[in-house]
Write a protein that binds this ligand. Structure first.
Ligand SMILES: Nc1ncnc2c1ncn2[C@@H]1O[C@H](COP(=O)(O)OP(=O)(O)O)[C@@H](O)[C@H]1O
Ligand SMILES: [Mg+2]
Length: 475
């Protein structure tokens, strides 16, 4: 067939330019011809093969006549086949590995990362030679600090046995930084394919363990870098009855929050962002922070404390943080006036740092969340606040939490000693003092000092004249 002859060049040694190939006509095969020849016409194929043998024959001649090929040819072929074999073995091993081993990667940007590390540090059947110490500390209501250590698996390799299956764990720290400004870390778990279903069960256990740890507790988050980090150990929920506010204040705020939490669909149907802002203002030590803690306990919320005055905080980071509030968490901006009053101060580097006021407003307005957002702000100086902050949508309810009223003094006394007769005595002595004001924190200080004996509290009531008894803060 002319076509195959043309293709394989039956007489290739002779110059094709000198002689026409098929009786003076140069046939150009169409693509269809070629495809027919190669795939559908076995006869052609045979011919091609035959010719290939021929070509191989010439190749052989060429090799033997060429000194370079003659010298290295054998080696080359050998080398090539070894390489092929090696590749084959490697890819076979790879395939077998893929078939038999399951990898699970957990990044530190994911919640389960901490859960898993925590679970593993509490797990008995493990082999870890690289450990990291995690120090936790808590400041209790009374000011005492408790420290604890846990040994979590450090960067490196670890093993553990879980329900008769072995797991290999590799914790790695990367040079890369992710959006939140933290270095990327990953934990990779490997196990045999047949044991893969145990991975889910481990993660579930780890999650349940984390949840149990926080049961009946309020978790505090603080802004850290660009992310929210758990601050200290979760605290015991503060009972709402332990905060004594003036008549009706507690009830009105509680009712407002309840109403808000019920109205999700009302907000969504009207396209209004589902959020509500509260401002508690009043002198220090009147129970603003404590009340917010108690509210969080009451509604089973956590608290994310944002320090707007933090020098490293920028408008962008603030906006990011506000849009990534941990779920079921009250956003708390403490001492909001202070954040903008030392604005003229500059840092050592010579520039004014921190968020701008408009940055704060934008962040507050831009809070977008599928969930409800409850924001609390506190201040000792509401008069210093820019009216723009007090607009509905940013702050919907403003409540004065003042120094102790007579009602509160009596209630505080009763809460500590539960003795109505003594309370009358105490109230009499208190009125005789004619103090211009007394904070609930001061009262608490007195009662804690003489917690066993109401008579001592009455005898030492003069202590209330010294105002600096309020040392109880978060930090
Ligand atoms: N109204 C109150 N009821 C109960 N305890 C109070 C009250 N006010 C202050 N305290 C106590 O005083 C301390 C400081 O209160 P805190 O809530 O930090 O005040 P604020 O945030 O208004 O400055 C806390 O230990 C708290 O228990
Ligand atoms: Mg406070």
């Amino acid at each position: 067939m002319a076509l195959t002859e043309w293709l394989t060049g039956g007489k290739q040694s002779e110059s094709q330019l000198d002689r026409p190939i098929v009786q003076g006509v140069i046939e150009t095969p169409t693509t269809q011809d070629i495809s027919l020849m190669n795939y559908n016409n076995p006869h052609d194929k045979v011919q091609v093969d035959n010719n290939n043998v021929g070509t191989f024959g010439t190749l052989e001649k060429m090799i033997s006549s060429n000194p370079y090929f003659a010298a290295g040819g054998g080696l080359m072929v050998l080398g090539a086949s070894f390489a092929l074999l090696k590749n084959g073995v490697a890819s076979f091993a790879n395939l077998m590995y893929r078939r038999m081993v399951v990898d699970l990667e957990i990044r530190n940007s994911d919640k389960s990362y901490e859960w898993f590390l925590n679970w593993m540090s509490n797990y008995k059947h493990r082999v870890s030679r690289q450990l990291s110490v995690k120090t936790t500390f808590v400041q209790h209501q009374n000011g005492s600090v408790a420290t604890g250590f846990t040994f979590v698996p450090g960067p490196g390799n670890h093993w553990f046995k879980y329900k008769k299956a072995w797991f290999f764990v590799k914790r790695e720290r990367s040079e890369r930084i992710h959006n939140s400004g933290q270095p990327m870390e990953t934990v990779t778990l490997k196990t045999l394919y047949k044991d893969r279903y145990l991975l889910a069960s481990i993660l579930d256990e780890a999650r349940q363990m984390a949840m149990k740890l926080n049961e009946g507790k309020t978790v505090l988050y603080k802004s850290w870098g660009q992310d929210w980090r758990i601050f200290g150990k979760p605290r015991k929920k503060r009972v709402i009855d332990s905060v004594i506010l003036d008549k009706n204040i507690k009830e009105s705020i509680l009712d407002d929050i309840k109403e808000f939490l019920k109205s999700g669909s009302w907000y969504h149907n009207r396209g209004i962002p589902y959020r509500r802002g509260y401002l508690l203002y009043g002198p220090p030590g009147s129970g603003k922070t404590s009340f917010i803690q108690a509210l969080a306990g009451e509604f089973d919320y956590n608290i994310a404390i944002m320090n707007v005055g933090e020098p490293n905080l920028t408008d962008d980071r603030l906006a990011y943080l506000m849009n990534n509030i941990p779920e079921h968490t009250i956003l708390l901006l403490e001492d909001i006036d202070a954040a903008f009053n030392n604005r003229t101060q500059s840092t050592e580097k010579g520039y004014v740092s921190g968020v701008t006021f408009s940055g704060l407003l934008n962040a507050l307005d831009g809070v977008a969340s599928a969930e409800e957002v409850i924001t609390f702000m506190t201040t000792n100086h509401p008069e210093k606040l820019d009216p723009a902050l007090l607009r509905p949508g940013r702050i919907d309810m403003k409540v004065l939490i003042n120094n102790a009223s007579d009602y509160q003094v009596r209630q505080m006394f009763m809460r500590f000693y539960d003795d109505a007769e003594k309370a009358e005595e105490f109230m009499k002595a208190f009125k005789e003092l004619e103090l211009p004001y007394v904070s609930t924190a001061q009262l608490q200080g007195l009662f804690v000092q003489f917690k066993e004996n109401p008579n001592l509290a009455i005898d030492n009531i003069d202590i209330l004249k010294s105002p600096h008894m309020n040392n109880f803060f978060y930090e």
